[in-house]
Design a protein. Structure first.
Ligand code: CUA
Length: 331
């Protein structure tokens, strides 16, 4: 029984050591994330040294002064000036070594960026992320693109409740507060696809409020922006996609979603180029036909509390298939 307990405990503890860790702050890929990582490592070693010294003294005291048959009780020490000065000064000095790098990192990550930084406005919504690039006049959702090796300034706010923007490999976290704008700035140092997550409890689907940041070369970023700026692709005549566009235009979809030149809704994510994204539902599911169809039919069953309700009256399977074809054609 006891053996089984230890095997189970070891297995549970060990399971935390697997990988990969897409949302680990210990694998930094930007100047911001590196600064927090250096500070963390620094303070970790101070804490480890304090732990070792304090525990060692404790163990020595326990062994040396423990009760022994026939020996008198050890005499307590009172008013030892040198010892009192030492144990007041030592922590004060250690705290200076913790405080100075901490304050320095706080200022270094306060969100200052050069004027030519790529600017992204992040708006938290229950439960998805809206990204606007004011200088490029483009809007997208849930997948943010930035160029590698260039400063990026992120202005963060919220449309409803308090969220928190956090992409551990690139830096964060910063609260998204309605009526207020908070800033972070970072410069990504390697191309890749980085996962992020809302980090402030914001309701039923807080845990499902994910995002991705695609860090790509300057030219790929430029290509992506050009595609985003273009209007939506027109579906080929007499295809499922064209029927899907008609279904979209006569359904409740238009009340909430923007497709440039087709519908003006602003409650849900902009879908003008939704077919070009890799995920749907704020990073929850791959952007494939099966998931899209299930999502359109009944979003709240896939994501608790999703504001996209079941369509009334329900769409037919043929309508849903046509809608899926249309959305996928919007690359
Ligand atoms: Cu948004 Cu938690």
């Amino acid at each position: 029984m006891r053996k089984r307990f230890w095997v189970l405990t070891a297995a549970l503890a060990g399971s935390g050591c697997g990988g990969p860790f897409p949302q680990s702050a210990l694998h930094p890929h930007s100047d911001f994330a590196r600064a927090s990582d250096v500070l963390f490592t620094d303070i970790f070693w101070w804490a480890a040294a304090v732990f070792v010294v304090v525990e060692a003294l404790l163990v020595v005291a326990l062994i040396r002064f423990r009760h022994r048959e026939g020996r008198p009780a050890p005499t307590p020490t009172h008013g030892h000036t040198l010892m009192e000065i030492a144990w007041t000064l030592a922590p004060a000095v250690i705290l200076v070594f913790v405080a100075v790098p901490t304050v320095r990192t706080i200022f270094a990550t306060a969100g200052g960026a050069p004027a030519d930084a790529v600017k992204v406005q992040v708006i938290g919504h229950q439960w998805w992320w809206e990204f606007k690039y004011p200088d490029l006049a483009l809007t997208t959702a849930n997948e943010m693109h930035v160029p590698v090796g260039k400063p990026v300034r992120v202005a963060i706010t919220s449309a409803d409740v308090i969220h928190s923007f956090w992409v551990p490999p690139l830096g964060g976290k910063r609260d998204a507060i309605p009526g207020q704008t908070n800033y972070i700035a970072f410069q990504a140092d390697s191309e890749g696809d980085y996962s992020g997550q809302c980090a402030e409890f914001c309701g039923a689907s807080h845990a499902n409020m994910r995002l991705r940041v695609v860090v790509e070369s300057d030219s790929e970023f430029g290509r992506w922006a050009t595609v985003q700026l273009a209007g939506p692709a027109a579906p080929t005549p007499r295809t499922a996609a064209e029927r899907g566009k008609a279904v979209f235009a006569r359904s409740a979809c238009i009340g909430c979603h923007t497709i440039q030149g087709v519908s003006p809704g602003v409650i849900g994510p902009n879908l003008t180029h939704v077919g070009g994204r890799t995920t749907i539902a704020s990073g929850l599911f791959p952007n494939d036909s099966a998931h899209l169809a299930r999502w359109i039919a009944d979003a709240p069953s896939l994501k608790p509390g999703a504001l996209m309700t079941r369509m009334q009256p329900p769409l037919t399977d043929a309508d849903i298939a046509a809608l899926v074809a249309y959305l996928q054609s919007l690359k």
